[in-house]
Ligand binder design. Sequence first.
Ligand code: ADP
Ligand code: MG
Length: 683
Amino acid sequence: MQDVFQIPVDQVRGIGESKARDLVSLGIVSVGDLLEFFPHRYEDFRIRDLTEVADGDRATVAAVVIGEPFVQMFGRKKSRMVCKAAAGTVTFTAVWFNQHYLKDRLTYGTEAVMTGKWDRNRRQLTVSACEFANSRNPRAGTVKPVYTVGGEFTQAWMQKIVSTALEQFGAMIPETLPEELVVKYRFMPRREAITAIHQPADANSGLEARRRLVYEELFLFQLKLQAYRAMTHRRKDGVAHRFDREEVRRFARALPFELTDAQKRVIADILRDMEAPHSMNRLLQGDVGSGKTVVAAVALYACVKGGLQGALMVPTEILAEQHARSVARLFEGFGVEVALLTGSLTDRQRRDVLAGLQSGLIDIVVGTHALIQEDVYFRGLGLVVTDEQHRFGVQQRSVLRRKGLNPDVLTMTATPIPRTLAITAFGDMDVSTLDELPKGRLPIKTYWVKHDAMDRVLGLIRRELDAGRQAYVICPLIEESDKLDFENALDMFARLHGVFGPEAVGLLHGRLPASDKEDVMKRFSSRQVGVLVSTTVVEVGVDVPNASVMVVYDAERFGLSQLHQLRGRVGRGEHQSYCVLVADPKSEQGRERMRVMTETNDGFEVARRDLELRGPGDFFGTKQSGAPEFRLADPSADFALLEAARDDAAALVRDGEFWTAAAYAHLRSFLLRQQMFQGELLD
Ligand code: ADP
Ligand code: MG
């Protein structure tokens, strides 16, 4: 049978060449596009009993005119007309704006179906549509679709052409879901569902149609993800690392601590993937302080022992410097050459690093995402680890592919991924979780104090400094602002100088030159500086286990996840650590955020409460993370269907036997339309 996506939309009766051209602006080119141009809501013209209509609702009633219409004109075109009417047992005032041409038809005893907004207290219906007994195309009693169209297209025209298209081509709509699934979920057949979503006989059949089509959309999406994942696993075009496991174990044993069980389990997952000939695409989730960097180091070590190079990508230069240093420390005595590549290297340094990567002299390079781009060439890149970058995109992979590289990829994050995203945006990845903190960690004690408690805060810092520990003091601003009344780092730095002496206090913020940043971080790491006054540049990844106090000024300025990240800078060693939130929140929500922080140390719990308080919104930077946009489905609202679709797609890909030819053809045209993974999946 012919594919409706191959038939130009001007084949629909009533659509001429010029209308067909206009429809392109709605993304409608073929008959199939038109049939799948779904309404976003319905207008309900079913007759209701006025006594059951809530105040402010739109409703359609069967009314009888029981008075004389009265018209007030405002200028030549604008008017207000009122008329007494009755519907069932209720008498009311019908009001029309700018429709006084109806006046002559409103004679006593005339029956009319009126649709409008009901004002219960004033017993008044503001009529937007009025239909008399002899209407040619009665809407009364129907449910009409409302399409997302503007300007040149009217709803009535859209309804008409969709209806014509259904008559002409409805029989050609194929079933795409395997019979088993249609039966399992009692779905409408596809043809029926597409008809019903445009022209529901009643509200329930509209919902049923939607359920089937939402499932289908999610199912096809999942099928693509799962097929892609299966393909990556099947394809043997990745790197099969050849390292000596015993050597890797020796490295792990030489670490200054015993790995947690969770770390061991996750490392085993990763090493298995690395040895296999397919390319690894693994997500490593773990709360702050759970020891992800060490896991990365073991994987990188294995990579180097297999004769290949590794790259560690982080979001900021400060982090790059810090990671380069701590990774180099872990590799001390193991003959691994680590280099740092950031934007602040001198030309000469940069040239040396690039040459070292190309010749293979450098084993591991740490830097920001610029690492894998442009003019960076590797002798043999075997593993890319990204930390807190959320996603190693298809694009980045294709940059590497163009250079003939297909390294294993490990993506590490401390941000818990909302379950909808885990199934959609991250659905093609294998996931490992570090669900255990290293032994001997004392839970961080978190306090919330008001600004007037500064003396007590200073007392705590003093006590910890005397005990040999260190402290962070975080301010929202770098310098004083005339617009925002928040603590700034420069003032705080000056103030703490006065209290603890200039030697003991360091300053770090994003506007410092790179060499100054590096210098102050070095002095803090080596304990020369006891108190680091900083902006949120220390938010992710900074690792100084000796630090035991985190003070956050104007904490209500920060989101919960951000506060949790900041707090994660302490409690990284065996010492009791403290987090002090200094805040006078004006709103109840702000106070609730402070309470959440004092109540839990668990990143997943914090994230859950954050979602509750803020709604999903920008929580995870959804746009960045490549969350897909669906036409009908709403991954949160339709979560149950999403999960079902994921499981069904996985089973289908695994067993592979109940593919129908139509499902395959539909998936193919779906993928081509989305231009997703073009070529990769289809050949
Ligand atoms: P994450 O990146 O997950 O926030 P890190 O890898 O930076 O955590 O580890 C946090 C701190 O804990 C570091 O100082 C690290 O050296 C230390 N650490 C990691 N694993 C262990 C372990 N198994 N036992 C004790 N300390 C550990
Ligand atoms: Mg880390």
